[in-house]
Design a protein around this ligand. Structure first.
Ligand code: FES
Length: 105
């Protein structure tokens, strides 16, 4: 999967607006992948699929949170708050000047 780095910003009223994350949906996966920009040219890709009972996670406030029973995960996919006790599935990333490639194992 390829995401253009330019998707992390847009021009609104002549101002450059940065986005913290881009959601990537693919046909062969039931849940979206969140590509989160941690820093300049540092990104993390996690599957938004709660490891507790499988709900889709919400993105907001710099974390991923589960609407079902309240688990919370960091944007690198680590459990911050239960009941989930396993980290999220994450993906390796490669980059060139313009693009970010999410590698599926
Ligand atoms: S399914 Fe996410 S906390 Fe239970």
């Amino acid at each position: 999967m390829v995401v253009k780095k330019s998707e992390f910003w847009s021009i609104k009223k002549d101002k450059k607006v940065n986005r913290a994350f881009v959601l990537v949906k693919t046909e062969n996966m039931e849940f979206p992948i969140c590509l989160y920009k941690m820093n300049i040219d540092v990104y993390s890709a996690s599957l938004l699929h709660c490891t507790h009972r499988g709900c889709e996670l919400n993105v907001g406030g710099g974390i991923y949170s589960c609407p079902c029973h309240g688990s919370e995960f960091s944007v690198t996919g680590k459990v911050l708050e239960g009941p989930a006790d396993r980290d999220l599935k994450t993906f390796k990333i490669e980059m060139d000047n313009d693009n970010i490639y999410i590698l599926q194992a």
